[in-house]
Design a protein around this ligand. Structure first.
Ligand code: G3H
Length: 542
């Protein structure tokens, strides 16, 4: 079994890193995109440190410096906001009034430039957040697919609206229009994909943006700077760097942000929303905390449940908002379940993102490992055990997954979203106990249920769909396919994301209406025929 010394040996020496995954040198983000210009940054800088450590000849571990980013403050945040406000220009700017076909052309240009930088971005995802090579590639490719699907969806949406409706003597044309300035913040676990799942729809619907990159996974936007600059009109995309706790409240207090999109904690979102001087003018599209449970019934296909729960709990070290963060297993099968679960877990390879077949990789920083440790110690102090050999071993950012059993009310792991490689398990005798866990939770994203009985599944689904927003039957929780609605109840989300839902979330319907009279008909006919308006038209985008 791997002990700490063996974990330590999993960090590479400099010469062990395959050539294709080495970084050519440090990357210094030395300009900031504001108002269409890449402004040279001469102010304070912050080092970007990889979770991957290098082992020296004496076996000492040293973190790897990847480069540096600007540390902006209030003045820089104000400049970014002013640029976004200016580009929106009360809805009169080039971008919000641009024909949808032209916005699509800008987006396609951006996608083309982004695809050309795939290799660099994938490598940076690996170094900045230690995501495995296949997962980093998947993140990139899934994002590009999402962007292309968004373009198709916008085209279809606009085409559907390229017509007039006549109802009760009123002629109307209804289209979706932008909201204004969007403040966009993504998470570290999917720094590209989750960020772009809100940023791209916000953009293509005609909004202008202030974008603050996540705490980890920030340098990977560097290869995209020029694409952002050249593909969109000045001021449409503006970057801010610096302490979120200082900058973000300031931006919201200005009252100039029309939509807040954040994938992060519900506490932070709740606090931020209240800072807007006119909260009813702020739309929030939020992906927040989750503590998705798997309920494994006595008649479940055990092998299937083990396989899905393992992937659900530990893909990308459990750092997915959709991860299974509590396994609730019927007492009659819990011993067998744990035996098979820990056997399979022991086969998961721990290592570096480029290691073939690797599953468990370093966590983003030391604080995260410490938090994992604290969660396990708390549970053990209150009567639970780590039941897999070596579980909870740690060295710097590497943490060997821990299966903790039995987890009970009062332990951190019972309610806290661990967001890492710990698998809390609790037994149940009566299904009401499992249902009660979901009902009394502050979270309401998804749940997985495992059973082969149509009766049991049928009976469980009915109450659960009113507690969460996706019930997964005999499979793990997950977001995809991206055309399905992704949302949550309670403290788990606000608004719905999917390729089509996101377009609605970042826009509002606006319409023209005229009496069905001869002069109105003539007027509308002339406007459409001679293309006098970018809103009133019947053009089709192919
Ligand atoms: O972190 C939350 C992600 O949206 C989860 O996506 O279920 O596809 O891993 P996923």
């Amino acid at each position: 079994m791997l002990q700490s010394t063996e974990l330590k040996a999993l960090f590479p020496q400099a010469g062990d890193i395959p050539a294709e995954f080495r970084l050519p040198g440090e990357i210094h983000q030395d300009s900031v995109l504001v108002n269409g210009q890449l402004l040279a940054w001469t102010g304070e800088r912050q080092s970007v440190i990889s979770p991957i450590h290098l082992r020296d000849g004496e076996g000492r571990l040293q973190p790897v410096k990847l480069g540096s980013i600007p540390v902006g403050g209030i003045a820089e945040a104000d400049a970014a906001l002013a640029a976004a406000v200016g580009a929106y220009d009360n809805g009169r700017g080039a971008w919000p009034t641009m024909r949808v076909a032209d916005r699509i052309a800008c987006m396609l240009d951006f996608i083309r430039q982004m695809v050309a930088r795939r290799g660099e971005i994938v490598r940076l995802i690996m170094w900045e957040i230690a995501k495995s090579l296949p997962d980093a590639e998947k993140e990139f490719d899934r994002t590009v697919d999402y962007m292309r699907a968004t373009v198709d969806a916008v085209r279809n949406l606009d085409n559907e609206n390229s017509r007039f409706q006549i109802v009760e003597g009123t002629i109307g044309q209804i289209r979706r229009t932008p909201l204004g300035v969007v403040l966009c913040m993504g998470p570290y676990n999917y720094p590209l994909n989750e960020t772009f799942a809100t940023l791209i729809p916000a953009l293509i619907m005609g909004n202008t943006l202030v974008f603050k990159p996540p705490r980890f996974g920030v340098l990977l936007f560097e290869p995209l700077m020029e694409a952002f600059r050249s593909a969109f009109p000045p001021g449409v995309v503006n970057f801010v760097y610096g302490k979120g706790a200082e900058i973000v409240p300031h931006l919201l207090e200005s009252g100039k942000v029309n939509a807040l999109t954040l994938i992060g904690s519900s506490k932070v979102a709740d606090h931020l929303k209240k800072l807007h001087p006119k909260t009813n003018r702020l739309r929030a599209i939020l992906g927040l905390d989750a503590k998705n449970a798997a309920i494994v019934l006595a008649d479940a296909d055990l092998e299937l449940a083990v396989k899905e729960c393992l992937a659900g709990a530990l893909s990308f070290n459990g750092q997915r908002c959709t991860a299974l963060k509590m396994l609730i297993v019927h007492r009659s099968i819990v011993d067998r379940f744990l035996e098979r679960f820990t056997e399979e877990l022991a086969k998961l390879k721990i290592g570096m993102p480029w290691d073939k077949g690797v599953s468990i990789t370093p966590l983003p920083d030391r604080a995260k490992t410490d938090y994992m440790k604290a969660c396990v110690e708390d549970a053990v102090a209150k009567g639970a055990k780590v039941i897999n050999a070596g579980g909870g071993d740690e060295v710097e950012t590497l943490f060997r997954p821990a299966v903790v059993y039995p987890v009970a009310e009062g332990m951190k792991l019972y309610r806290e979203e661990q967001f890492g490689p710990i698998v809390p398990v609790m037994p149940f005798d009566d299904i009401e106990t499992a249902l009660d866990y979901v009902i009394t939770s502050e979270h309401g994203q998804q749940v997985s249920i495992f059973s082969s009985s149509a009766d049991d599944i049928g009976t469980l689904v009915d109450p659960l769909v009113n507690q969460v927003c996706r019930v997964n039957i005999n499979c793990q929780c997950q977001r995809g396919p991206d055309v399905f609605p992704f949302t949550g109840r309670k403290d788990s989300a606000e608004g719905t994301l999917s390729v089509t839902d996101a377009l609605r979330s970042f826009s509002i319907r606006s319409m023209i209406a005229a009496k069905q009279t001869e002069p109105s008909k003539k007027l509308l006919d002339e406007i459409t025929r001679s293309h006098k308006s970018k809103f009133i038209h019947t053009d089709f985008i192919f």
